[in-house]
Write a protein that binds this ligand. Structure first.
Ligand code: AMP
Ligand code: MG
Length: 404
């Protein structure tokens, strides 16, 4: 039987992020950048003042008192026309372009000009006592970004600050990977739509809610196809609908084990192929991978906890690969087991709560680990990973855990 890693590698090898789209910058937050972004221009685009003050020439300043004639007023957004000569200064605002001839800016606070309320006209002269250094309070052209420099790399999940930088550089739209589209179906005669009254022998279809939310949490789109009955015809019908949607992935739950009414394998093989349908893990051994009418297919187990674990272990990495993300996904951490844990030698994913003591994460199993027990998954903070071949983890030892 395939190990978890072998199965995951076999699945991932079938996927790449390929399709891209250009979208307006305003819609690009949290999307995955499909190209390296380089700067077309220097930034700042011109030398400008870092403070409200007076632009002047360092050679006109000394540690004792200097008095200069104020010959211009340069608000932000204007292009200065003056050239400062010996003994001259220009009032200048933060972000305004430095005039020719000036090589530093003295902050208004450091001068004798005390009237600083909005709307005040500049004084005809200023006095101050400071030897200035060339470049002081000037943000020079290109000091942050040089034209041609790569500023954001392909694969980055765009953050708000990235959008700010892209706007700074004039990108009105940006090339991102298309969101993966997943066609999702449940299967089983026992399943009722949410809202229908419970009947003898029936349960509610919980997987389509948990899995749809999981797909959305991986930044993919979900096409919900509902529940297939346990008949060849119904399973075929829903898989055909999934194929018509041209989804990137068909994801089903249940109907892939050895039950007398588990038709999924058979229907897949009739119009596609099955690569594998078992993985050496717990929970979630009946896990199928193949393709149906040319679309990759993953069949998760039916039990809600198994379906969820299968999603985290196989489907989330697949959606990450499809989306072109370089990072993201679930975080794995080391945790210390409070109690002894026994396992059956399969790679196991066990529900546990975590609490931190003196900087160490301590893990306690949530108790009964039945694969139908969704409540214990709800109560869990993490899935402990007990490696294949391990039958006993002594109390106090450390294991990897996926944070939920
Ligand atoms: P199966 O793989 O069809 O044998 O299903 C295994 C178990 O999972 C059975 O107890 C099913 O009732 C349960 N199950 C299957 N699909 C769902 C679902 N969508 N929601 C909740 N439980 C399910
Ligand atoms: Mg079933």
């Amino acid at each position: 039987m395939l190990t978890v890693n072998e199965a995951r590698e076999r699945i991932l090898s079938q996927f790449t992020a390929s399709t891209t789209e250009r979208i307006p910058l305003i819609d690009a937050a949290s999307r995955v950048l499909a190209v390296d972004i380089s700067a077309n221009d220097d930034y700042p685009p011109f030398d400008n003042s870092a403070v409200d003050g007076f632009a002047l020439r360092t050679e006109d300043t000394s540690a004792s008192s200097s008095t200069l004639n104020v010959v211009a007023d340069i608000p932000a957004g204007s292009a200065p026309t003056v050239t400062l000569r010996a003994g001259q200064a220009a009032r200048i605002m933060t972000g305004a372009q430095i005039p020719q001839g000036a090589d530093c800016v003295i902050p208004v606070e450091d001068t004798n000009f005390k009237n600083r309320s909005a709307g005040t006209v500049p004084p005809s002269m200023i006095t101050f006592s400071q030897q200035m250094q060339a470049g002081k309070n000037i943000r020079t052209r290109g000091m942050d970004i040089r034209a041609g420099e790569i500023v954001i790399k392909q694969g980055r999940i765009l953050k708000p600050q990235d959008l700010g930088l892209l706007a700074t550089l004039g990108y009105t739209d940006v090339s991102v990977y298309k969101k993966a589209r997943v066609a999702l179906l449940s299967s089983g005669d026992e399943l009722l739509e949410l809202g229908a009254p419970l009947e003898p022998g029936k349960i509610r279809d919980s997987n389509s809610y948990a899995l749809a939310a999981a797909i959305l949490s991986a930044d993919a789109e979900v096409i919900r196809l509902g529940v297939a009955k346990d008949t060849r015809a119904s399973v075929t019908d829903l898989l055909d609908k999934a194929a018509q949607e041209h989804a990137d992935l068909i994801l089903s739950s249940a109907g892939v084990s050895v039950g007398a009414f588990d038709f999924i394998k058979e229907v897949i093989e009739a119009n596609g192929s099955m690569d594998f349908w078992k993985v050496n893990m717990r929970p979630g051994k009946p896990l199928a991978f193949g393709s149906y009418r040319g679309i990759p297919f993953i069949g998760l187990p039916g039990n809600p906890v198994s379906a969820f674990v299968g999603f985290e272990v196989f489907v989330r990495p697949t959606l990450e690969r499809l989306s072109g993300k370089l990072d993201g996904g679930r975080q794995t951490v080391r945790v210390r087991c409070v109690e002894e844990i026994t396992s059956d030698g399969r790679e196991s994913y066990l529900r546990a709560t975590l609490h931190t003591q003196e900087g160490i994460r301590l893990a306690t199993l949530t108790g009964h680990q039945g694969s139908g027990n969704l409540l214990s998954l709800v109560q869990a903070d993490a899935l402990l990973i007990i490696p294949a071949g391990v039958k006993c983890v002594p109390a106090g030892s450390e294991v990897d855990a996926i944070l939920l």
